[in-house]
Design a protein around this ligand. Structure first.
Ligand code: SF4
Length: 429
């Protein structure tokens, strides 16, 4: 009997080739068809409140959200949409706005043509588009309006609002089958069919494939992976990935990263949204940061310089190390929007902030610029490494400020308009 083959870490060469999908243009942003995986987010302001919504879209865009979805839930919201677009344009923010419609989307898009025009994409939930005989008319109306305005749609099935008629039909068929599957598997099939049947109907109504994006969001990680694998295997529509109702804090981040990480590794997903529940008073832009970090740490895209920091342990006695790592990370995120144009390529920078000499010098040498702070019992000196070579040793109470200044100098010299070769940035102590 042959021994089973065991895959080792070194056999895993990287992500699978991207699943081939049809490219869809959402405003000026390409989704699918091999385009870079797009980061998107959603506001939680009342869309009728133009000022707050503009401020939040601007904050999300500044954080790196390449498309922003806003809910269009009632007439006041639909009336506000063109004003939101206008104010964003005045501020030079071109980020496409996506309208999220449930139940009365057909009516709002009909009655508010300026809203229909201002949005770059309409999101339709096939489970919430109307019921029984009204469903088809209301769905058709939205598709016809999207065709009229030349807008793409996302057909987004959701576990929490799944098309009940379709689910009942599949459950009945399953019950009558000689080999019935468990109810969860049938619900997953209903999710996939809901998205695919709606997409086929949209195409029958004249919508081209290059204006259709599909999603099928579930809140349980294993179900989500299974549903999206199926969706990808059965179609080549552009795919929006997201774990719905991911939750708060670390739970939401871990669950989303686990689910999306596996799918992305399998080549599935053209745009992602991390649906985090913000802490009370928390920052909505965290979902953008998590999405970017997920794509960057997996090697799909680069957005901001990465700061490597050791976890700290009993060898670090002061908080200097944590404070410096935090301060450098925050500084980079804040400056990044301006740096993007001033320092092309700066997103590839790696910075290391380490707590002692055990791994500090080694890790710092692997970074573009790194510092190894003194641990317990070590001399109060912090060697700085630039491009793998010892550059300088910092001492005294201004170590943090001095290191930050060196990072800025490095960025300016390496990525500024008069950039020098990396070798010339370094100078022996
Ligand atoms: S580098 Fe030093 S301080 Fe940091 S975790 Fe390792 S031993 Fe601890």
């Amino acid at each position: 009997m042959n021994k089973p083959e065991i895959m080792t870490q070194t056999d895993i060469a990287g992500p699978a080739p991207r699943h081939q999908t049809t490219k869809v243009m959402v405003g000026n942003v390409a989704v699918g068809g091999g385009a870079p995986i797009v980061v998107q987010s959603m506001t939680n302001t009342d869309t009728a409140d133009v000022e707050s919504t503009v401020a939040q879209v601007a904050a999300l865009a500044r954080a790196g959200s390449e498309m922003v979805r806003i809910t269009v839930d009632r007439e006041e919201a639909a009336a506000a949409v063109p004003h939101i677009r206008e104010q964003l344009d005045k501020r030079g923010i071109t980020t496409p706005l996506i309208g999220d419609f449930h139940y009365i989307g057909h009516k709002l898009l009909t009655d508010y043509p300026a809203c229909a025009e201002a949005l770059a994409k309409y999101r339709i939930n096939p489970g919430n588009v109307g019921f029984k005989d009204k469903r088809d008319t209301q769905f058709s109306t939205i598709i016809e309006l999207a065709n009229k305005y030349g807008k793409p749609v996302r057909i987004g099935a959701n576990w929490g609002s799944l098309d009940q008629e379709l689910l009942s039909k599949l459950m009945d068929e399953n019950a009558a089958s000689a080999t019935p599957r468990d109810a969860r598997a049938v619900t997953r099939e209903a999710m996939v069919q809901s998205a695919l049947l709606s997409a086929a109907r949209a195409q029958e109504l004249g919508m081209p494939k290059d204006r259709i994006i599909l999603s099928a969001k579930v809140s349980a990680v294993q179900d989500l992976i299974a549903v999206y694998q199926d969706l990808a295997a059965r179609s080549d529509y552009a795919i929006h990935l997201g774990l719905t109702e991911a939750g708060m804090g670390s739970k939401g981040i871990v669950a989303s990263s686990a689910a999306l990480g596996i799918l992305l590794q399998q080549g599935i997903g053209d745009t992602i949204r991390i649906s985090l529940t913000p802490e009370p008073g928390g920052d909505r832009t965290l979902e953008v940061q998590v999405a970017q970090e997920l794509l960057q740490t997996m090697g799909f895209r680069t957005f901001v310089p990465l700061v490597a920091a050791c976890p700290g342990c009993g060898r670090t006695t002061s908080t200097t190390f944590q404070e410096l790592a935090r301060s450098i990370q925050d500084f980079i995120r804040e400056e990044m929007p301006a740096w993007k144009s001033k320092y092309p390529g700066v997103e590839n920078l790696n910075v290391a902030v380490m707590g002692c000499i055990v791994n500090g010098p080694g890790e710092s040498k692997h970074a573009n610029i790194g510092i190894s702070l003194p641990g317990t019992g070590e001399a109060p000196a912090a060697p700085v490494f630039v491009d793998g070579k010892k550059f300088r040793t910092l001492r005294g109470p201004t170590i943090a400020a001095d290191f930050k200044a060196l990072v800025i100098d490095y960025i300016d010299q390496r990525y500024g308009s008069g950039a020098k070769a990396p070798e010339s940035v370094t100078a022996a102590e």
